[in-house]
Design a protein. Structure first.
Length: 143
C-alpha cells in the first residue's frame, strides 16, 4: 500500500509564525478520500466533513499521537511519532484510505494530510496506520 503525506499550508504558516507545539495534543483522524475531497494540503482546520462516522470502534476526532520526535536527516528536518496509531474494530469494522493530523490545542490547525490506500479492519481486528520511520521520509518533512 502506498503512503503519501502532504504538509499543510497552515502548518507551514504556524511554523513561520513561531508556533511551538511540542507540548500540544496532536491527534490523527481517519477518513475516506472519496468523501473528503477537501482533505488536502490547503486544509487549514480539522473538520469532520469526510471523516469516518463514530461507529464500529472508531470515534470522530480520532486519537492522540505519542512519542513526538524532531530531527535532521540529510538536510531535511522531520517530525514523527514513535508509535503507530491504531483502533480496535468492533461489529462490522470500518474502512479508511486517508487521515488528517491536527493540533487540538491550537484551534484544530492541520499539520498534515495522509493518503495510504484503502484499508479495512473487520470486527475484532486492529486498524493501524504505519507511520514512516524517523528520517528524511518521515510523516512530516521540511527540506
Amino acid at each position: 500500500m502506498a503512503f503519501a503525506a502532504a504538509v499543510s499550508d497552515q502548518f507551514k504558516q504556524d511554523m513561520l509564525n513561531g508556533r511551538a507545539f511540542s507540548s500540544d495534543t496532536i491527534k490523527i483522524a481517519l477518513g475516506l478520500q472519496a468523501s473528503a475531497t477537501t482533505w488536502n494540503a490547503s486544509l487549514a482546520t480539522y473538520t469532520t466533513t469526510g471523516e469516518l462516522a463514530t461507529s464500529n470502534g472508531y470515534t470522530q476526532g480520532g486519537i492522540s499521537l505519542s512519542g513526538f520526535t524532531v530531527g535532521i536527516s540529510t538536510n531535511t528536518a522531520y517530525l514523527t511519532w514513535s508509535s503507530n496509531p491504531s483502533w480496535t474494530a468492533t461489529g462490522a469494522g470500518f474502512t479508511s484510505d486517508c487521515a488528517v493530523i491536527y493540533d487540538s490545542s491550537n484551534s484544530n490547525h492541520v499539520l498534515a494530510v495522509l493518503s495510504f490506500g484503502s484499508t479495512t479492519a473487520s470486527g475484532g481486528g486492529t486498524f493501524t496506520v504505519q507511520l514512516p520511520a524517523a528520517g528524511a521520509s518521515s510523516t512530516i518533512t521540511i527540506s
